[in-house]
Design a protein around this ligand. Structure first.
Ligand SMILES: [Zn+2]
Length: 153
């Protein structure tokens, strides 16, 4: 599951740093592509990698514009999932700071989006993509109906 991390020799700081830098910009990860395939199969249409977080240049993986629903697909390692977070012993200080800054950024993203009226759904790498897609589908349908009703009033 964490193969992208295990393949790297953590004893080489530059390799660790390069990998960490890359993680900022990783798009189309396997969990993300799997989830998208299930969303698509449910008939949902969405935009990818949109800069919708006010005051930042951050991109959100999957965006449903009208119902204002954003989906963030998070890797268990990079975003320190509470079930699978691991802390490499080599370069531990570097990794602690790195992972801490990722988690702080995630909290900040959540806050900014929520304040701007978005609903943020977090899908973890360890989740079943079919179950996650159904959860998103239900919410998109509910929010779309709600926004239609709002326009009628
Ligand atoms: Zn996990």
């Amino acid at each position: 599951m964490l193969s992208q991390v295990q393949n790297v020799d953590m004893t080489i700081p530059s390799a660790a740093k390069r990998l960490a830098m890359q993680s900022q910009r990783v798009k189309n990860t396997k969990p993300e592509v799997d989830l998208r395939r299930h969303l698509h199969a449910l008939g949902l249409r969405y935009r990818l990698h949109q800069q919708i977080v006010p005051g930042t240049k951050r991109r959100v993986d999957i965006v449903f514009q009208k119902p204002r629903i954003a989906v963030d697909v998070r890797g268990c390692f990079w975003h320190a999932c509470s079930d699978h977070a691991t802390h490499p012993r080599t370069n531990s200080e570097f990794w602690r700071e790195k992972l801490y800054s990722n988690v702080s950024r995630d909290h900040d993203t959540f806050k900014r989006l929520t304040e701007a009226g978005w609903t943020l759904i977090v899908v973890w790498e360890h989740e079943n993509p079919d179950t996650a897609a159904r959860r998103i589908h239900e919410l998109v349908i509910a929010e779309t109906q709600r926004s239609r009703l709002r326009r009628l009033v």
